[in-house]
Write a protein that binds this ligand. Structure first.
Ligand code: ARG
Length: 457
């Protein structure tokens, strides 16, 4: 016997049962499904569909079922399709005919929508917690590395001196924006679809305001057809998760590069690396490589959900059952990647000397050398040309810019003076940059102070 087989003459093909069952995936929704059903029973009492005694029986039984599910004691069967049917069937087993009243005015269509929204509200709160911990780790490291100079790169070529602290703060701001995005997704998820029925509402006076209060939503959805077919809220959530994963992946890529012998800027914690089965010397950055790899799959989750929706006519279609795997996968993956990255950042050993060597050995002060000329009234485009030629000359002479004699410098431009050497010293550059948000000791310290305040509340 199936809940819906009144109009059927023949039973379901066994292969079809296996094919269409989602219990193996959607059972994780049970806490939300039970919570929604308890609220629904209370509402049915309020509008006179069940009496007080019946309401209490329903709620007691639903709580028992939750317990059975928690203990893994409720056997799953493909014949019952999904978590909603499993709970309803068990309820009828427990309380008999009364159990058949619970679904009054309700459809699995509004039921699954409300379950997914409740699930995501909790999930996004956990993601936000993970983001906050990562932000604290980044800010902590940024605090201790304020005087650590490193090359900043464009095109993966040494470009201008920055501090490792400034570099870490760049990621801090990405993840800070991610928190904002998660919060915005949460706001749109936070609307109750329950009470929309299959698609059109009900002649039974379902009290949606009551359900909203009971289930902790801040508003109710406005159109029943939209409510049962809308999955925008999943895409909002998955977009914000994909963005987090993309940021984590870029940071991973940097750390993979920086931990190579060629760079040698950082050393990843032993506990997050693995060795080689053949090469005894290897220490591989598996944790961050896996984050980079997993980012590909969460991006796939977002894409598959978009593809799932783009051709669906209103309203509910069974295709929508396929929304769960990408959502659950993206949530658990992002959550674990945030936790792993937090450990990576906390345990990161910074090789300050190596970074400094890379700064000193470079032509990066060329920019400030040109700016030095600008301050002596040379137009910037001209200054650029002059210093470009000097770099070429240095390459031939195997010298650094600072090693040129004043006499050599003046061959390129007469306005050079002795003070140019101190002007292009990396430490001096970091002390004297003037722009808001730029790579200077002062700006970085200001950012750190501001963001410590932000993290405190
Ligand atoms: N398992 C289904 C899903 O996840 C529940 C909704 C089923 N609704 C229906 N009309 N068959 O989408």
């Amino acid at each position: 016997m199936k809940a819906w087989d009144g109009r059927f003459e023949k039973g379901t093909e066994p292969l079809m049962e296996r094919f269409s069952a989602s219990i193996g995936v959607d059972w994780v929704l049970f806490p939300y499904d039970i919570k929604g059903s308890i609220a629904y029973a209370e509402m049915l009492f309020k509008i006179g569909i069940v009496n007080q005694r019946e309401k209490n029986l329903l709620i007691t039984a639903l709580k028992e079922i939750r317990n059975e599910l928690e203990m893994g004691r409720l056997p799953f069967s493909d014949a019952l399709e999904d978590i909603h049917m499993h709970i309803e069937a068990r309820l009828i087993e427990k309380v008999g005919e009364l159990g058949k009243k619970l679904h009054t005015g309700r459809s699995r269509n509004d039921q699954v929508a409300v379950d997914m929204r409740m699930f995501l509200k909790e999930a996004l709160e956990q993601i936000d917690g993970g983001l906050k911990q990562l932000l604290a780790a980044l800010l902590g490291k940024a605090g201790t590395e304020q005087r650590t100079m490193m090359p900043g790169y464009t095109h993966t070529q040494r470009a201008q001196v920055v501090t490792f602290s400034h570099y870490l703060l760049a990621y801090f701001y990405m993840f800070k924006r991610d928190r904002q995005r998660v919060k915005e997704a949460f706001t749109r998820i936070d609307a109750l679809p329950l009470g929309s029925g299959a698609l059109a509402g009900s002649t039974i006076p379902i009290d949606r305001e009551f359900l909203k209060e009971r289930l902790g939503f801040s508003k109710i959805t406005e159109n029943s057809m939209d409510a049962v077919s809308d999955r925008d809220f999943l895409l909002d959530a998955l977009f914000s998760l994909s963005m987090i994963m993309m940021h984590l992946s870029r940071l991973s890529e940097d750390l993979i590069l920086f931990s190579t012998e060629e760079f040698g800027f950082v050393s990843l914690p032993d506990g997050l690396c693995t060795g080689s089965s053949l090469m005894p010397h290897k220490k591989n950055p598996d944790a961050v490589e896996l984050i980079r790899g997993k980012a590909a799959r969460t991006l796939g989750d977002l894409t598959s959900l978009f593809a799932l929706l783009k051709g669906l006519p209103l309203t509910y279609n069974r295709d929508l059952q396929e929304d769960k795997e990408p959502v659950f996968h993206a949530v658990t993956t992002t959550h674990s990647c945030l936790a792993i990255m937090t450990l990576v950042i906390e345990g990161l050993a910074v090789r300050r000397e190596r970074m400094k060597e890379a700064v000193v050995a470079s032509f990066m002060p060329a920019v400030e050398m040109a700016e030095y000329l600008v301050l002596k009234d040379v137009p910037f485009r001209e200054a650029h040309q002059i210093v470009g030629k000097m770099v070429k000359y240095c390459e031939e002479q195997k010298k650094r810019l600072v090693e040129l004699t004043l006499e050599e410098m003046r061959r390129f431009c007469a306005v050079f003076d002795d003070d140019v050497r101190s002007y292009i010293d990396p430490g001096h550059i970091l002390k004297s940059r003037k722009t808001i948000g730029g790579a200077s000791y002062k700006e970085v310290a200001r950012e750190i102070a501001r963001e410590q305040k932000y993290l405190r509340h």
